[in-house]
Every structure is written in structure tokens, then in C-alpha cells.
Design a binder for this molecule. Structure first.
Ligand SMILES: Nc1ncnc2c1ncn2[C@@H]1O[C@H](COP(=O)(O)OP(=O)(O)OP(=O)(O)O)[C@@H](O)[C@H]1O
Ligand SMILES: [Mg+2]
Length: 272
């Protein structure tokens, strides 16, 4: 029983068959409305709980990643070999970049984030971990309020990390100072994010020509951005003396719109 209905009249009489049918129809409508309101409230509470759980999950993932980063950092400090120290510094940067992104997701109301916020997190981490102390590098993050879903957030964070790391590591070779700018915009349903550095070392590539030397960075970028149905390009804009690394991917807010989208970061190698 969802409720009861009372009918009052000014004079005493029994309800006719038609009147009774009318009351029954009204009672049925009222019952549907009460049930809908109950279901709506249940769904709203369920969503609220889901969003709290999701935020808690991001928070825990962030803490675990921060612990992994801390362990690698400790190992780096104890290592004598400069080559191993360098490799560990890059790993610390990758893990901390990802942790910073989960921190971002843990604070948002829903599991999505703005491109400019992701870029700021990554730049902050790279500046702390990778910038050689003797170099003066200015980082600029241009406003880009495009909101992307959580899966694209973690992928973009990893990809940006590699692009910014390359801008510092390769772009700033032989320079005492330089600028690294992150710029993003949306065009024809595609999100386009560029990391532009004032480095001069990259040789002029012909249009469509690919960078021949590929390290872990480019292979990660290409695999991850490929999972989002996007692509990567690197070129030197000689006219303004800038090197541009660019990724573009479709802006799919709905998970089912993302090719191969089931929530995992697929470009990463899976554990044996
Ligand atoms: N911003 C850039 N300026 C100049 N060269 C670049 C830039 N980005 C990439 N490159 C070139 O692309 C190559 C491949 O980059 P990739 O990130 O794959 O490897 P890596 O940085 O040398 O090593 P890893 O990323 O594994 O530490 C670099 O060796 C470099 O020659
Ligand atoms: Mg690299």
C-alpha cells in the first residue's frame, strides 16, 4: 500500500460506477507519482554515494601513487650511478604526475577535469623534478577551460608529462633560459593540446615526416593517445623559433564514445 485516498461530499450518497472509476483512475495516477518520487530519491542518493566512493577511490589511488613515488625517490637518493639516478628521477616524475592528476579528480564533483588544471599539475611536478637548477625555464599555461572525462584526464596527464619532460630535456639543451608554453583549444570536436618550447635543436622535419629516434616517451605518447583515438605530432616552426609537440583527440564526454573505452589505461604495458 502506497497511501490511501479520502473523498468527502456535502451530502450523504453512494458513489456511482462512473464516479468510482474516476476515483480509481485518480488513485492509480497518484500511486505512480508517489512511486516515481521514491525511485527518484533512491537514484539521487545512489548517485551521491557513487560519487563519494569515486572521489575516495581517486584519493586512495593518489596516496598509493605518492607512496610509490616516495620509494623511488628514496632509491634515487641512495644511488651513486648518475644514469640510474636520472632514470629514477624520470620514473618519480611520471608517478608523481599521475598522483597529482588523481588529486585533481578526488576534488572535483564529478570525475572530469579541465585541460588547464591538468596542465598546471603536470608543469608543477615537472618543474620540481626535472628542471636543471642552473637553467631558468619559464612555464606558461594558457587558459583552456575544456572539460574532459576521467579516462582522458589520466591519459592526457601521462602524455603531457612526456611532452613537457621532452621540452625540458631536449628543447632546452644548450640554453640557459627558455620558455615552455602549454596551449589547448577545441576544434571540430577535437581537443588539441600543444607543448611549445623555445628550443632550437630539433631538426626541421618535412610535413608528415616522423621523428626517427623513439624512446619510452614517444612510444608511451603514441600508444596512450592512440587509445583515445587521437594522434601526436612534433615539428619545428622555424619562422618563430619554436618547437611544437601536439596531441589531438576526440572530445568524447560519454565513455561509450571513446574507442576501446572501458576505464583502464590501455597503452601501458600490463603486469606479467
Ligand atoms: N621538444 C623537443 N625538442 C627537441 N627534440 C625533441 C622534443 N621532443 C622530442 N624530441 C626528440 O624525440 C626523441 C624521442 O623522444 P622520447 O621522449 O621518445 O625519448 P627520450 O626523451 O630520448 O627518452 P625517454 O622519454 O625514454 O626518457 C628525442 O630523443 C628527441 O630527439
Ligand atoms: Mg622523453
Amino acid at each position: 500500500v502506497l497511501g490511501c485516498i479520502c473523498i468527502y461530499s456535502s451530502h450523504r450518497h453512494s458513489l456511482s460506477h462512473e464516479q468510482m472509476q474516476l476515483v480509481i483512475t485518480f488513485a492509480n495516477e497518484a500511486a505512480i507519482a508517489i512511486e516515481n518520487a521514491r525511485l527518484y530519491e533512491e537514484t539521487r542518493r545512489g548517485l551521491e554515494l557513487k560519487s563519494i566512493l569515486l572521489r575516495e577511490l581517486h584519493h586512495r589511488v593518489k596516496n598509493n601513487l605518492a607512496t610509490v613515488g616516495g620509494i623511488l625517490s628514496l632509491q634515487r637518493r641512495r644511488t651513486k650511478s648518475p644514469e640510474v639516478r636520472h632514470t629514477l628521477a624520470e620514473s618519480v616524475n611520471r608517478v608523481q604526475g599521475l598522483a597529482a592528476t588523481h588529486d585533481l579528480l578526488a576534488h572535483e564533483d564529478v570525475s572530469e577535469a579541465k585541460v588547464e588544471d591538468i596542465a598546471r599539475k603536470i608543469v608543477g611536478v615537472a618543474n620540481a623534478n626535472l628542471r636543471p637548477p642552473e637553467k631558468h625555464i619559464t612555464f606558461e599555461v594558457e587558459p583552456c577551460p575544456i572539460v574532459i572525462p576521467s579516462r582522458a584526464v589520466t591519459i592526457l596527464a601521462l602524455v603531457l608529462n612526456e611532452m613537457v619532460s621532452n621540452a625540458i630535456k631536449h628543447g632546452m639543451v644548450g640554453l640557459k633560459e627558455g620558455t615552455v608554453t602549454i596551449r589547448g583549444h577545441e576544434k571540430d570536436g577535437m581537443v588539441i593540446v600543444q607543448v611549445i618550447d623555445t628550443g632550437t635543436k630539433l631538426k626541421q622535419l618535412e610535413p608528415g615526416e616522423e621523428e626517427s629516434s623513439e624512446g619510452l616517451g614517444l612510444s608511451l605518447i603514441k600508444n596512450l593517445i592512440g587509445d583515445l583515438g587521437g594522434r601526436y605530432a612534433l615539428w619545428r616552426d622555424g619562422s618563430v623559433g619554436r618547437t611544437v609537440a601536439e596531441v589531438r583527440f576526440p572530445l568524447a564526454r560519454n565513455r561509450s564514445q571513446v574507442p576501446g573505452g572501458h576505464g583502464a589505461v590501455q597503452g601501458l604495458p600490463t603486469p606479467e
